[in-house]
Design a protein around this ligand. Structure first.
Ligand code: DAH
Length: 360
C-alpha cells in the first residue's frame, strides 16, 4: 500500500512547484486523472473489507480533498500572476497625445491647394479648364504666338530645348502656358472662356524663380470682350483669392508678341527681412502679364480678327501662393521636405470652395 503522507507531500510539493497553468494541469492529471496516483488509491477502496475501508477511506478521501484544494488555490494564484503580468505589459498611458493616422498626417501641397482655390474662383465666373502638354513644339510655344523666327523675343524666355528629333525638330519644355491658348482656339469655336493651370519651365533660379514653376493662363475670345472686362476679372479674382475687400494693383504697359496692347500687373506688398507680405508696404510684386490677343494670333488659329477679339493673361501661381501664405522663398516648394510640407501644407479634406471659404 502506498504511503499516503509521502504521496501527499510529493503531490503538494509538485503543485507548489508548478510554474504555470499548463504545469499545474499536468500535476492534476498525474494525481486525479483516470490513471492518476490518487485515483488509483480510491479504486483500492472497493476491494477492501468494511473495517479496512472505515480506516483507509477517510485517509484517501482526505488526501484527494487536500490535493484538490491545493490545486485550486495554486490555480487561482497563477491566474492572478498571469493577469497582473498582462496588465503590466499592455499598460496604456491615457495621458499620452493621440497618434495621428496617415490620413490625417498627410498634407496637400500649397500649389495644389492654390490651383484648387483659383479653379473655384474662375469656375464661379463661368470659366472651364483646359490643359496641354509640358513638352511643346516650337510652333505652339513660339511661332503661333507671333514670335517671329530669330526674333529676340524668343530670348525673353531662357528656354530648355530637347535634343533634335529625326527630322531635326527641337521640342521645348514649354516656357509658359500660352501655347495652350493656341491649342484651345484651334480645338473649339468661340465664345471661349478658359483657364489653363500647369507647369512651366525656364532656366532660372533664385529666391522667387525656380526652373520649374506654375502658371495659370486665362483666355477669353468672343465678339465684344474688351480690356475693361479683363481688368474687372483680374481685380475680382485678386479680391476673391486674397480674401480681402480691396487689392492694390498696378497695370504697367509692357510688350508680349502675342498681345497688343500688353500690360504687366503688380500687386502691392512689403518685402522686409527676406519676407514678402501681402496688403502692406510700398513694394510691388509682378504677378502676371496680360493684354488683348494679337490679330496675328487669332489668324494663326483660323479666326478672323475683324469678327473675333478677346484677351488673355498668364499669372505666376507660385508667386500668388507665396504672397497669400507668407512664404519667403520659392525654392522649398520643390524640395519635398516633409517638415516644410507639414508646416505650409493643407489638410486633405479642407477643400476650397467659395461658399465654405477658400483657405479656412
Ligand atoms: N506668357 C507670358 C509669360 O510667361 C505671360 C503672358 C503675358 C500671358 C500676356 C498672356 C498674356 O496670356 O496675354 O511671360
Amino acid at each position: 500500500m502506498t504511503d499516503i503522507p509521502t504521496l501527499e507531500r510529493t503531490l503538494i510539493g509538485a503543485v507548489a512547484a508548478a510554474a504555470d497553468e499548463a504545469a499545474l494541469e499536468a500535476v492534476r492529471v498525474s494525481a486525479l486523472g483516470k490513471k492518476g496516483s490518487v485515483s488509483e488509491l480510491l479504486k483500492t477502496l472497493g476491494a477492501m473489507t468494511p473495517d479496512e475501508r472505515r480506516e483507509k477511506g477517510p485517509l484517501i478521501n482526505g488526501l484527494r480533498d487536500r490535493v484538490n484544494a491545493a490545486i485550486a488555490e495554486r490555480k487561482a494564484a497563477l491566474e492572478e500572476t498571469a493577469l497582473a503580468a498582462r496588465l503590466a505589459a499592455e499598460r496604456v498611458d491615457v495621458t499620452l497625445p493621440l497618434q495621428e493616422g496617415p490620413q490625417t498626417r498627410g498634407r496637400i501641397h500649397p500649389i495644389s491647394q492654390v490651383i484648387d482655390e483659383l479653379t473655384a474662383i474662375f469656375a464661379d465666373m463661368g470659366f472651364s479648364i483646359a490643359e496641354g502638354p509640358d513638352i511643346e513644339t516650337d510652333f505652339y510655344n513660339f511661332t503661333a504666338l507671333n514670335f517671329p523666327a530669330g526674333h529676340p523675343a524668343r530670348d525673353m524666355h531662357d528656354t530648355f530645348f530637347l535634343p533634335p528629333d529625326d527630322k531635326g525638330e527641337r521640342k521645348v519644355l514649354r516656357t509658359h502656358t500660352s501655347p495652350v491658348q493656341i491649342r484651345t482656339m484651334l480645338g473649339q469655336k468661340p465664345p471661349i472662356r478658359v483657364i489653363i493651370p500647369g507647369r512651366t519651365y525656364r532656366c532660372d533660379s533664385d529666391q522667387t524663380h525656380t526652373p520649374m514653376f506654375h502658371q495659370v493662363e486665362g483666355l477669353v475670345i468672343d465678339k465684344s470682350s474688351h480690356i475693361g472686362h479683363l481688368k474687372w476679372i483680374l481685380e475680382e479674382f485678386c479680391k476673391a483669392f486674397f480674401e480681402v475687400d480691396q487689392v492694390k494693383m498696378r497695370f504697367r504697359p509692357s510688350f508680349f508678341p502675342f498681345t497688343e496692347p500688353s500690360a504687366e500687373v503688380d500687386i502691392q506688398c512689403a518685402r522686409k527681412g527676406g519676407e514678402i507680405r501681402f496688403g502692406e508696404g510700398e513694394d510691388w510684386l509682378e504677378i502676371l502679364g496680360c493684354g488683348m490677343v494679337h490679330p496675328n494670333v487669332l489668324r494663326n488659329c483660323g479666326l478672323d480678327p475683324d469678327e473675333y477679339q478677346g484677351f488673355a493673361w498668364g499669372m505666376g501661381i507660385d508667386r500668388i501662393a507665396m504672397l497669400k501664405y507668407g512664404m519667403p522663398d520659392l525654392r522649398p516648394f520643390f524640395e519635398a521636405d516633409v517638415r516644410w510640407l507639414s508646416h505650409y501644407g493643407f489638410r486633405p479634406l479642407d477643400l476650397p470652395t467659395l461658399a465654405g471659404g477658400l483657405s479656412s
